[in-house]
Design a protein around this ligand. Structure first.
Ligand code: DX5
Ligand code: ZN
Length: 219
């Protein structure tokens, strides 16, 4: 699955930018609060407006403090998947997963590049998606951190062995040069911001990324 990140779109023309990626699988929306990460993007009212015009289901990536306070609201406005950061949860992340699911969305857990997966392997049994960050969260256009790929491989093993049922998602620095490594490591969902919105033809960029990922996963 290819999930273009709206972070690299033109924020003055959001409806048009959403329409340009209509053949994507999910539309990735980065919510940042200037506390959990040193950047501020958009919040619930804007995401709700995007949801209303998007032909593609929303994948909301919350890079915010107190995610337990805000995450269910994104599920209520119709997001398909709502992901919170493991590092931002003050209580048990399973409580947040329960609330997101009760509000009608898939529940996702994100880990920063330096956060070990082992600490969350049990908790992830209550989640539907695992987002492995392949850059430090906060900004688009950064270089892919390949050292994170062992976490993707480990998650793939846990899913294939039946211990977890999560979709494994990678986010950050994914482009035509790096997507094959991530696919070979076992990722299911590929977030790409600058590689899609920086292209002359986003629809063609999505198709090319999907073809490379499919070939690498098969090979
Ligand atoms: C970074 C965001 C990413 C970002 C990816 O904190 O979570 O979703 O948009 O952008 P690229 O694909 O340009 O690295
Ligand atoms: Zn993201």
């Amino acid at each position: 699955m290819i999930a273009p990140s709206l972070l690299s779109a033109d924020f003055a023309r959001l409806a048009d930018e959403v329409a340009r990626v209509a053949d994507a699988d999910w539309l990735h929306v980065d919510v940042m609060d200037a506390h959990f990460v040193p950047n501020l993007t958009l919040g619930l009212p804007v995401v709700e407006a995007i949801e209303a015009v998007s032909p593609v289901p929303l994948d909301c990536h919350l890079m915010i403090e107190a995610p337990e306070r805000w995450a269910p609201g994104y599920a209520e406005i119709g997001a398909r998947n709502v992901t919170v950061h493991a590092e931002a949860c003050t209580g048990d992340p399973r409580d947040v997963a329960r609330d997101i699911r009760a509000a009608g969305a898939l529940a996702g857990l994100a880990v920063k590049p330096g956060t070990p997966l082992e600490d969350y392997e049990d908790v992830l049994r209550d989640f539907d998606t695992l987002l492995v960050m392949t850059v430090e969260p906060g900004f688009g256009g950064q270089a892919f951190i390949a050292e994170v790929l062992p976490k993707v491989r480990r998650a793939r093993e846990l899913v294939d062995a039946g211990h977890l049922t999560v979709l494994v998602e990678v986010d950050g620095g994914v482009n035509a040069d790096t997507i094959e490594q991530a696919a070979a490591a076992g990722a299911d969902v590929f977030v790409a911001g600058s590689a899609v919105y920086g292209a002359d033809d986003p629809a063609r960029a999505i198709a090319a990324l999907r073809a490379r990922a499919t070939a690498a996963a098969a090979g």
